[in-house]
Each structure stands twice: as C-alpha cells, then as structure tokens.
Write a protein that binds this ligand. Structure first.
Ligand code: UD1
Length: 354
C-alpha cells in the first residue's frame, strides 16, 4: 500500500512526526510538503526535532491570498498524485494545504484519509472552517479526536468511515514532554527560570486581520502586569506594524520571541501559570499538560475543555480577558478527553484493515 501525505504548516509537522513513523512500519509513504510554512523556524526545525524523514516533494508554494495559495498547491499536488498513484491521500487538520490535498485527491478519485476530522466552530468566516467542512465531506476515512467531532459529522450525515481514535497530539505530548523539559534551554534564554509567567500566542486571521481585536488583546496583555511570553507569528508581527500598534509591545512585562521550536514551546507551556491563545492546538496541549487556558476567540472546536473547566472563552474583549485571568481556578476533575495516547497505532491499524 502507498499513501501520499500532504503537510504544509507547523501543527501538521507535529502530527505527521508521530503518525508517519508508525505508518512507515507497514506501508510506503510519500511525503509532500506544500511550503505553506517556509521560514526555517516555522518548518525545518520541526523536521529536525521530530526526526522526520525529508519530504519527497517540497513544493515551496509559500504565502499568498487563499485562492492563489490553495490553487497553486492543487495544481502541483495533482501532478504528483498522477505520477505516484497512491492508494490513499492523507491530510491533517484544516489548513489550506489540507484542502488542496483533499481536492486534488477527490478529483482523481483517490480515497482521502482525514486526521482530525469532524471539528466545527460553526463560524464560516474562518478559512479553517471552510477547509475542514469540505475535507470531511470528501473523505473516505475520517479519524475524529473526540466524541463531539463524531457527533458533528453525524449531524451532517457523515457516518461511514468515521472512527473516534483520540488526539494524535496527545501521543506526541506523551512522547516529547519529558524530552522538552530536559533539552530546552528556553527558560534560561529568556531569564524566567524562577519567574512565574503567562504564555500567550496570537495568530488567527480573525484576530490579526482586525486591528480592534488585536488592540484589545494587546491592551489586556499590557494591563495584566505579569510577565507574559509572546512567541510572535510572522503574520501577527506584520499586522501589528500595519495597524500601528507597535507601541503596545513596548512593555517591561512582555517578552517577545521569534516563533519557537516544538520542544521550546512544550517546555514553556508546561511551566506556565496559564496560557492565552487563539490556537486550536495549544488549547488542547494546555489541557494535556494540565495548564489552564484562556481562549482568545469567540468560540472553540474543543468545547469539552471548556465544560471540564480548564478553558475559558474570552474572545478579543479586553475586560473579559482580564476578568478570566483574575478569576482563574484549577479544576479538580481532569477527564481523559483526548484518548489514551495510542492514536497513531489505532489509525494505522484501521488503515491497514481497509
Ligand atoms: C496557517 C493555517 C492555520 C494554522 C496555522 C498554524 C490556513 C488558512 N491557516 O495559518 O489554520 O493554525 O497555519 O500556524 O491554512 N509567514 C511567514 N513565514 C512562514 C509562514 C507564514 O512569514 O513560514 C507569514 C506570511 O506573511 C503569511 C502569513 O504569515 O502571509 C500567514 O501565513 P499562512 O500560511 O497563510 O497562514 P497562517 O497564519 O500561518
């Protein structure tokens, strides 16, 4: 059996880092990197740290408008699929690379495997929501991390080929968490080894592309008057400059870094007081490491973390963010929301049985 896997953005490298190793024990995998993320600290460093095989195809598509970026990927992936003739195309999550991979496969009648299927924000303004809905409706095997995701698919009439397997990111955390704490020197580098701090990340278009939302979040970080570590996504840096909000970054409590490697990020997260983020991945990673989370969005694809009391939805409202931060509590209950850390093995077994 031959599978062509399409990756392109940071979180996809992390997921492929775990699943590819399991899959490659049994099948031939052709790895296609679209180049959606191309800076070495957004791409290469993940391949190195996760000891991943080099991509068989590096498309180097880079940035662009959604249509242009997705269209260029589609054309190039189609050529590769025609040449490689895989039995399946495997895609992760909800990025433009995911949609390009699944569209290219669907048009060539190649069955699609979607890892992280069934997630919904029910907000069609998000490019990710469009990407995930379309990918789910084109897929043959749909691997859901949670029961909510299975139910979301059922509500859209998708039941065949759906499997609840847990979250592949949990496998990854179990594998790399201790290593991160041993190897990472990020606390020393940032001079926070003995300081309590908050970890913050902002990169979603719904925040970065709306100056008033970006401003409200940055003002809240300002007013917290606690050490905040903010690894800066290139999109966010650009948008802050364009919106003339750079003055909000000049604050003695704010430590801004370049985008961080996986191990540095895990180490920082694991020792933080709490995290403030608009990332889907970090909301779950926080839960997996028992770190409370404040989500800087108006909704989440991970409602079970909110129901469990570990995640608060604050949107991009300054007062609400501050209220959440000041009223943070550590819940006692910690239900196993994301499976048992054996997601890669489950996915691999199901693929082999099909
Ligand atoms: C993408 C995904 C998002 C995911 C995120 C993970 C889509 C629609 N969005 O968002 O779902 O959560 O990846 O990080 O697919 N840039 C660089 N260097 C890079 C990559 C990007 O400078 O290596 C800058 C460029 O200015 C680019 C901007 O960041 O225009 C946005 O990059 P893009 O890949 O379009 O989306 P992300 O915001 O990273």
């Amino acid at each position: 059996m031959k599978i062509a896997t399409v990756v392109g953005a940071r979180p996809q490298f992390i997921k492929a880092g775990i699943l590819s190793k399991t899959l490659r024990k049994h099948i031939k995998e052709v790895l296609i990197h679209t180049g959606q993320h191309y800076d070495s600290n957004m791409s290469e460093v993940f391949f190195q740290q996760l000891s991943m095989a080099e991509p068989d195809y590096s498309l180097k598509i880079g940035s662009g408008s959604h249509g242009k970026q997705t269209g260029q990927m589609l054309a190039e992936i189609e050529d590769i699929l025609l040449r490689e003739k895989p039995n399946y195309v495997l895609v992760y999550g909800d990025t433009n690379s995911t949609l390009a991979g699944s569209l290219a496969a669907a048009k060539l009648h190649i069955p699609i495997i979607h890892v992280e299927a069934g997630l919904r924000s029910y907000n069609r303004q998000m490019p990710e929501e469009i990407n995930r809905v379309l990918t789910d409706h084109l897929s043959t095997l749909l691997f859901c991390p949670t029961e909510t995701a299975v139910n979301n698919l059922a509500n859209e009439g998708i039941q065949a080929g759906v499997h609840q397997v847990g979250d592949i990111m949990y496998d990854s955390i179990l594998h790399y968490h201790r290593l991160a704490l041993q190897r990472s020197t990020i606390h020393k580098q940032l001079d926070i080894a003995s300081k309590p701090y908050i970890l913050a990340t902002i990169h979603r278009a719904e925040n970065t592309d709306h100056p008033f939302r970006l401003q409200a979040i940055l003002e809240a970080l300002h007013q917290l008057e606690q050490t905040v570590v903010l690894p800066m996504h290139p999109r966010t840096r650009k948008c802050i400059q364009e919106a003339s909000l750079v003055h909000l970054l000049k604050h003695k409590h704010l430590i801004i870094t370049e985008p961080l490697s996986y191990l540095d990020m895990l180490a920082l997260l694991a020792k933080s007081r709490f995290v403030m983020t608009d990332s889907g991945g970090i909301q779950r990673e926080a839960y997996m490491l028992r770190i409370p989370c404040i989500t800087l969005r108006d909704e989440t694809e991970w409602p079970e973390t909110v129901q469990a009391g570990w995640n608060q939805i604050a949107g991009a409202h300054r007062e609400r963010i501050l209220h959440c931060a000041h009223n943070l509590q550590l819940p006692e209950a910690y239900p196993a929301l994301f499976g048992d850390g054996q997601t890669a093995a489950k996915i691999s077994n199901i693929i082999l049985a099909n």
